[in-house]
Ligand binder design. Structure first.
Ligand code: GTP
Ligand code: MG
Length: 201
């Protein structure tokens, strides 16, 4: 897979607008401002393919990034941004639900939580929700560079217990300021792709 060959394929608000190309999709979900778009850029070694802003609510559509016609990385709109109108929040919820509930080619959903904080009630709900659609979820603790090693260890424990994770779950600390977590996420993606190649489907 040539990571240089990455581009935004589609910004969608409804299933009719999703890309018609059927290739494995890896979706990134999480609170507004948690770092979903930044993580996608980091994975691709790009500064600004996915739009980032210090203002929450930047990503208001489902953005499909086509990586070398091999996979899509999917940036979902963030939830939990209070300054949105009720109507908008409802629309976003439906957008996320439609995508997770109908898209067959989702290989893995990654739920991003902020490593600095205890996961919110919204994070807990989102995890339950994703689990009801997908067999497994990978949790990514973002902005790990903002904590000392000690604080990070403590907070990973807090995330683990608050989200009621088990040994079957994966929790990955991630930072855009270093290489932390990047290889792990790519390894997981590649492993899932290899699993597909060697199956007799
Ligand atoms: P929405 O599109 O609103 O849902 O937000 P998002 O989840 O896509 O977050 P985004 O990537 O736009 O990042 C939000 C802010 O957090 C930006 O100012 C980023 O620079 C910052 N940020 C993201 N990841 C990291 C990280 O690992 N370390 C640090 N220090 N800052 C980060
Ligand atoms: Mg974003």
């Amino acid at each position: 897979m040539n990571l240089h060959n990455a581009n935004i394929a589609v910004s969608a608000v409804s299933p009719a607008q999703y890309p018609s190309m059927v290739i494995p999709e890896f979706a990134f979900v999480g609170r507004s401002n948690v770092g979903k778009s930044s993580l996608i850029n980091k994975l691709l070694n790009r500064r600004s393919l996915a739009r980032i802003s210090s203002t929450p609510g930047k990503t208001a559509t489902i953005n499909f990034y086509n990586i070398d016609d091999t996979i899509f990385l999917v940036d979902l709109p963030g939830y939990g941004y209070a300054a949105r109108s009720k109507n908008e929040i409802k629309k976003w919820g439906e957008m996320i639900e439609e995508y997770l509930g109908t898209r067959q080619q989702i290989y893995q959903v990654f739920l991003l939580v902020d490593s600095r904080h205890k996961p919110t009630a919204d994070d807990v709900l989102m995890l339950e929700w994703i689990r009801s659609y997908q067999q497994s979820v990978v949790i990514i603790a973002t902005k790990a560079d903002k904590l000392s090693k000690r604080e990070l260890e403590h907070n990973l424990e807090l995330i683990y217990t608050t989200l009621e994770l088990t040994d079957d779950d994966v929790l990955v600390p991630f930072s855009t300021k270093s290489e932390e977590g990047k290889i792990t996420v790519w390894d997981m993606i590649n492993l899932l792709l290899e699993g597909e190649d060697s199956s007799d489907k």
